[in-house]
Write a protein that binds this ligand. Structure first.
Ligand SMILES: COc1cccc(CN2CCc3cc(OS(N)(=O)=O)c(OC)cc3C2)c1
Ligand SMILES: [Zn+2]
Length: 260
Protein backbone atom coordinates (compact mmCIF):
# COMPACT_ATOMS: atom_id res chain seq x y z
CA UNK A 1 0.00 0.00 0.00
CA UNK A 2 1.02 3.66 -0.14
CA UNK A 3 2.65 3.66 3.31
CA UNK A 4 4.76 0.64 2.49
CA UNK A 5 5.86 2.22 -0.78
CA UNK A 6 6.82 5.49 0.84
CA UNK A 7 8.92 3.83 3.49
CA UNK A 8 12.17 3.60 1.57
CA UNK A 9 14.15 0.73 3.02
CA UNK A 10 17.57 2.00 4.10
CA UNK A 11 20.45 -0.13 2.83
CA UNK A 12 21.97 -2.17 5.64
CA UNK A 13 25.08 0.00 5.83
CA UNK A 14 22.93 3.00 6.63
CA UNK A 15 21.17 1.22 9.45
CA UNK A 16 20.50 3.53 12.34
CA UNK A 17 23.32 3.85 14.78
CA UNK A 18 20.77 3.11 17.46
CA UNK A 19 21.03 -0.61 16.71
CA UNK A 20 22.26 -2.63 19.63
CA UNK A 21 24.98 -5.20 18.87
CA UNK A 22 23.26 -8.50 19.46
CA UNK A 23 24.26 -9.62 22.95
CA UNK A 24 26.67 -6.71 23.41
CA UNK A 25 27.95 -6.50 26.98
CA UNK A 26 30.39 -3.60 26.59
CA UNK A 27 28.85 -1.04 24.27
CA UNK A 28 29.68 2.68 24.05
CA UNK A 29 28.99 5.50 24.74
CA UNK A 30 27.98 5.61 28.43
CA UNK A 31 27.19 8.15 31.13
CA UNK A 32 30.18 8.32 33.50
CA UNK A 33 29.03 8.66 37.10
CA UNK A 34 32.04 10.08 38.92
CA UNK A 35 30.86 8.85 42.33
CA UNK A 36 30.77 5.26 41.03
CA UNK A 37 34.17 5.43 39.35
CA UNK A 38 37.10 3.74 41.10
CA UNK A 39 40.24 5.80 41.76
CA UNK A 40 43.08 3.54 40.61
CA UNK A 41 46.51 4.72 41.89
CA UNK A 42 48.21 2.35 39.43
CA UNK A 43 46.91 4.37 36.47
CA UNK A 44 49.93 6.31 35.20
CA UNK A 45 49.69 9.41 32.99
CA UNK A 46 49.14 8.79 29.29
CA UNK A 47 52.18 9.20 27.08
CA UNK A 48 50.97 10.92 23.91
CA UNK A 49 53.30 11.83 21.06
CA UNK A 50 52.07 12.93 17.62
CA UNK A 51 54.09 13.86 14.53
CA UNK A 52 52.26 16.53 12.45
CA UNK A 53 53.98 15.27 9.30
CA UNK A 54 51.92 12.04 9.63
CA UNK A 55 48.74 13.99 8.88
CA UNK A 56 47.42 13.05 5.42
CA UNK A 57 43.85 14.09 4.59
CA UNK A 58 40.34 14.87 5.73
CA UNK A 59 37.54 12.51 4.60
CA UNK A 60 33.81 13.10 4.98
CA UNK A 61 32.65 9.50 5.38
CA UNK A 62 28.99 10.36 5.87
CA UNK A 63 29.16 9.80 9.64
CA UNK A 64 31.66 12.55 10.54
CA UNK A 65 34.81 14.06 9.04
CA UNK A 66 37.89 11.93 9.69
CA UNK A 67 41.39 13.46 9.80
CA UNK A 68 43.52 10.52 8.71
CA UNK A 69 47.13 9.79 9.60
CA UNK A 70 49.93 7.75 8.05
CA UNK A 71 50.21 4.76 10.40
CA UNK A 72 53.10 3.14 8.50
CA UNK A 73 55.67 4.61 10.93
CA UNK A 74 55.83 4.71 14.72
CA UNK A 75 55.78 8.46 15.15
CA UNK A 76 52.22 9.16 16.30
CA UNK A 77 51.55 6.93 19.27
CA UNK A 78 49.89 6.74 22.66
CA UNK A 79 50.96 4.43 25.51
CA UNK A 80 50.87 4.25 29.30
CA UNK A 81 47.80 4.78 31.44
CA UNK A 82 45.57 1.69 31.08
CA UNK A 83 47.34 0.60 27.88
CA UNK A 84 49.60 -2.48 27.89
CA UNK A 85 51.06 -1.71 24.48
CA UNK A 86 51.66 1.32 22.26
CA UNK A 87 48.84 2.26 19.92
CA UNK A 88 49.25 4.16 16.65
CA UNK A 89 47.03 7.11 15.70
CA UNK A 90 44.86 6.20 12.69
CA UNK A 91 42.34 9.06 12.58
CA UNK A 92 40.47 11.56 14.67
CA UNK A 93 36.93 12.84 14.26
CA UNK A 94 34.19 14.58 16.22
CA UNK A 95 30.54 14.13 17.21
CA UNK A 96 28.28 17.17 17.68
CA UNK A 97 24.65 18.33 17.94
CA UNK A 98 22.31 20.52 15.92
CA UNK A 99 21.95 22.63 19.06
CA UNK A 100 24.33 23.38 21.92
CA UNK A 101 22.39 21.23 24.44
CA UNK A 102 23.51 17.99 22.81
CA UNK A 103 26.39 16.57 20.81
CA UNK A 104 28.80 14.61 22.98
CA UNK A 105 28.52 10.79 23.07
CA UNK A 106 29.79 10.35 26.63
CA UNK A 107 28.39 12.43 29.48
CA UNK A 108 29.67 13.12 32.99
CA UNK A 109 26.93 12.71 35.60
CA UNK A 110 24.49 13.31 32.72
CA UNK A 111 26.24 16.58 31.82
CA UNK A 112 26.36 16.76 28.04
CA UNK A 113 28.82 18.81 25.98
CA UNK A 114 28.12 20.33 22.55
CA UNK A 115 30.83 18.20 20.92
CA UNK A 116 33.33 15.38 21.59
CA UNK A 117 36.67 14.63 19.89
CA UNK A 118 37.76 11.00 19.35
CA UNK A 119 41.38 10.13 18.58
CA UNK A 120 41.33 6.54 17.27
CA UNK A 121 44.50 4.45 17.79
CA UNK A 122 45.23 0.77 17.07
CA UNK A 123 47.47 -1.73 18.87
CA UNK A 124 50.43 -1.99 16.51
CA UNK A 125 52.35 -4.33 18.83
CA UNK A 126 49.70 -7.05 18.68
CA UNK A 127 48.14 -6.58 15.21
CA UNK A 128 49.35 -5.92 11.69
CA UNK A 129 46.61 -3.59 10.47
CA UNK A 130 43.89 -1.26 11.72
CA UNK A 131 41.27 -3.46 10.04
CA UNK A 132 42.52 -6.48 12.02
CA UNK A 133 42.65 -4.50 15.27
CA UNK A 134 39.06 -3.28 14.90
CA UNK A 135 37.82 -6.84 15.39
CA UNK A 136 40.22 -7.81 18.17
CA UNK A 137 40.29 -7.66 21.99
CA UNK A 138 42.54 -4.75 23.05
CA UNK A 139 42.69 -3.76 19.39
CA UNK A 140 41.83 -0.07 19.75
CA UNK A 141 42.35 2.83 22.14
CA UNK A 142 40.18 5.90 21.66
CA UNK A 143 40.96 9.12 23.53
CA UNK A 144 37.82 11.21 24.05
CA UNK A 145 38.03 14.96 24.69
CA UNK A 146 34.96 17.07 25.47
CA UNK A 147 34.53 20.42 23.74
CA UNK A 148 32.74 23.31 25.43
CA UNK A 149 31.82 26.63 23.85
CA UNK A 150 33.95 29.60 24.77
CA UNK A 151 37.07 31.18 23.32
CA UNK A 152 37.95 30.30 19.72
CA UNK A 153 40.44 27.43 19.58
CA UNK A 154 43.37 28.77 17.55
CA UNK A 155 44.84 25.34 16.79
CA UNK A 156 41.50 24.07 15.45
CA UNK A 157 41.05 26.94 13.02
CA UNK A 158 43.36 25.39 10.39
CA UNK A 159 41.07 22.33 10.38
CA UNK A 160 37.89 24.46 10.31
CA UNK A 161 39.20 26.38 7.27
CA UNK A 162 39.55 23.10 5.36
CA UNK A 163 36.00 21.84 6.06
CA UNK A 164 34.22 23.52 3.10
CA UNK A 165 36.37 21.31 0.83
CA UNK A 166 34.76 18.17 2.38
CA UNK A 167 31.20 19.47 2.58
CA UNK A 168 29.74 16.43 0.83
CA UNK A 169 29.79 12.75 1.85
CA UNK A 170 32.67 10.81 0.19
CA UNK A 171 34.75 13.96 -0.43
CA UNK A 172 38.37 14.17 0.73
CA UNK A 173 40.95 16.93 0.78
CA UNK A 174 44.70 16.83 1.36
CA UNK A 175 45.50 18.05 4.87
CA UNK A 176 49.01 18.16 6.31
CA UNK A 177 51.12 19.42 9.17
CA UNK A 178 48.48 19.37 11.82
CA UNK A 179 49.41 18.35 15.38
CA UNK A 180 46.43 16.92 17.30
CA UNK A 181 48.35 17.52 20.56
CA UNK A 182 46.91 21.06 20.48
CA UNK A 183 43.51 19.49 21.28
CA UNK A 184 44.68 17.53 24.34
CA UNK A 185 43.85 19.35 27.60
CA UNK A 186 46.76 20.43 29.78
CA UNK A 187 45.31 18.41 32.68
CA UNK A 188 45.93 14.74 31.83
CA UNK A 189 43.42 13.32 34.33
CA UNK A 190 41.05 10.78 32.70
CA UNK A 191 38.45 8.07 33.16
CA UNK A 192 38.96 4.72 31.42
CA UNK A 193 36.61 1.79 30.71
CA UNK A 194 36.29 -1.16 28.27
CA UNK A 195 33.85 -0.37 25.44
CA UNK A 196 33.12 -0.38 21.74
CA UNK A 197 33.13 1.68 18.59
CA UNK A 198 30.05 3.92 18.57
CA UNK A 199 29.63 3.65 14.80
CA UNK A 200 29.41 0.49 12.67
CA UNK A 201 30.86 -2.10 13.07
CA UNK A 202 30.44 -1.18 16.82
CA UNK A 203 32.93 -3.88 17.73
CA UNK A 204 33.84 -4.34 21.42
CA UNK A 205 37.55 -3.76 20.88
CA UNK A 206 38.02 -0.31 22.45
CA UNK A 207 39.81 0.81 25.59
CA UNK A 208 38.23 4.23 26.13
CA UNK A 209 40.25 7.04 27.76
CA UNK A 210 38.00 10.05 28.44
CA UNK A 211 39.86 13.22 29.47
CA UNK A 212 38.32 14.85 32.54
CA UNK A 213 38.83 18.46 31.44
CA UNK A 214 37.20 19.86 28.30
CA UNK A 215 38.89 22.08 25.73
CA UNK A 216 37.19 25.27 24.52
CA UNK A 217 36.23 26.26 20.99
CA UNK A 218 34.14 29.03 19.41
CA UNK A 219 30.56 29.24 18.11
CA UNK A 220 31.79 29.91 14.57
CA UNK A 221 33.94 26.75 14.71
CA UNK A 222 30.96 24.63 15.80
CA UNK A 223 28.87 26.25 13.02
CA UNK A 224 31.49 25.09 10.51
CA UNK A 225 31.01 21.48 11.75
CA UNK A 226 27.25 21.90 11.35
CA UNK A 227 27.67 23.13 7.76
CA UNK A 228 28.98 19.74 6.63
CA UNK A 229 26.54 17.37 4.93
CA UNK A 230 25.62 13.72 5.53
CA UNK A 231 24.69 13.52 1.86
CA UNK A 232 26.76 13.29 -1.31
CA UNK A 233 26.85 16.00 -3.98
CA UNK A 234 23.67 16.14 -6.03
CA UNK A 235 21.44 14.62 -3.35
CA UNK A 236 19.04 16.35 -0.95
CA UNK A 237 21.03 18.51 1.50
CA UNK A 238 21.08 17.01 5.01
CA UNK A 239 23.26 18.89 7.49
CA UNK A 240 25.72 16.70 9.37
CA UNK A 241 24.45 17.20 12.93
CA UNK A 242 23.43 14.97 15.86
CA UNK A 243 25.94 12.33 14.71
CA UNK A 244 26.18 10.81 18.19
CA UNK A 245 24.99 7.39 19.32
CA UNK A 246 22.46 6.95 22.13
CA UNK A 247 23.98 5.84 25.44
CA UNK A 248 24.36 2.15 26.23
CA UNK A 249 23.93 0.20 29.50
CA UNK A 250 27.04 0.02 31.75
CA UNK A 251 26.29 -3.66 32.53
CA UNK A 252 29.13 -5.43 34.34
CA UNK A 253 31.77 -2.68 33.91
CA UNK A 254 33.76 -0.42 36.21
CA UNK A 255 34.99 3.01 35.17
CA UNK A 256 38.44 3.75 36.63
CA UNK A 257 39.73 7.26 37.33
CA UNK A 258 43.19 8.73 37.75
CA UNK A 259 44.32 10.75 40.71
CA UNK A 260 47.18 12.64 39.04
C1 LIG B 1 35.54 -3.17 8.85
O1 LIG B 1 35.18 -1.92 9.34
C2 LIG B 1 36.05 -0.92 9.12
C3 LIG B 1 37.38 -1.18 8.74
C4 LIG B 1 38.25 -0.10 8.54
C5 LIG B 1 37.80 1.20 8.70
C6 LIG B 1 36.49 1.42 9.04
C7 LIG B 1 36.03 2.79 9.17
N1 LIG B 1 35.76 3.18 10.58
C8 LIG B 1 36.57 2.58 11.59
C9 LIG B 1 36.34 3.06 12.97
C10 LIG B 1 35.56 4.31 13.09
C11 LIG B 1 35.12 4.75 14.34
C12 LIG B 1 34.36 5.89 14.40
O2 LIG B 1 33.83 6.39 15.50
S1 LIG B 1 34.07 5.89 16.96
N2 LIG B 1 33.22 6.87 17.80
O3 LIG B 1 35.49 6.01 17.24
O4 LIG B 1 33.57 4.55 17.04
C13 LIG B 1 34.05 6.62 13.29
O5 LIG B 1 33.31 7.73 13.52
C14 LIG B 1 32.95 8.51 12.44
C15 LIG B 1 34.47 6.19 12.06
C16 LIG B 1 35.24 5.05 11.96
C17 LIG B 1 35.69 4.60 10.63
C18 LIG B 1 35.60 0.38 9.25
ZN1 LIG C 1 33.71 8.78 17.59
Amino acid sequence: NLLACSQTAKPANQQSWQTQIQGGSRQSPIDIRSSESVHDPQLTPLSISYDPSDCLQIWNNGDSFLVEFDDSKDNSVVSGGPLENHYKLKQFHFHWGAENNRGSEHTINSLVYPAELHLVHWNAEKFRTFDEAIFSENGLAVIGVFLKLGRKHDGLQKLVNALPAVKYKDSTVEFSNFNPSCMIPSCLDYWTYPGSLTTPPQTESVTWVIMKKPIEFGDDQLSAFRSLLFTPFGEKLENMVDNFRQQQPLMNRVVRATIL
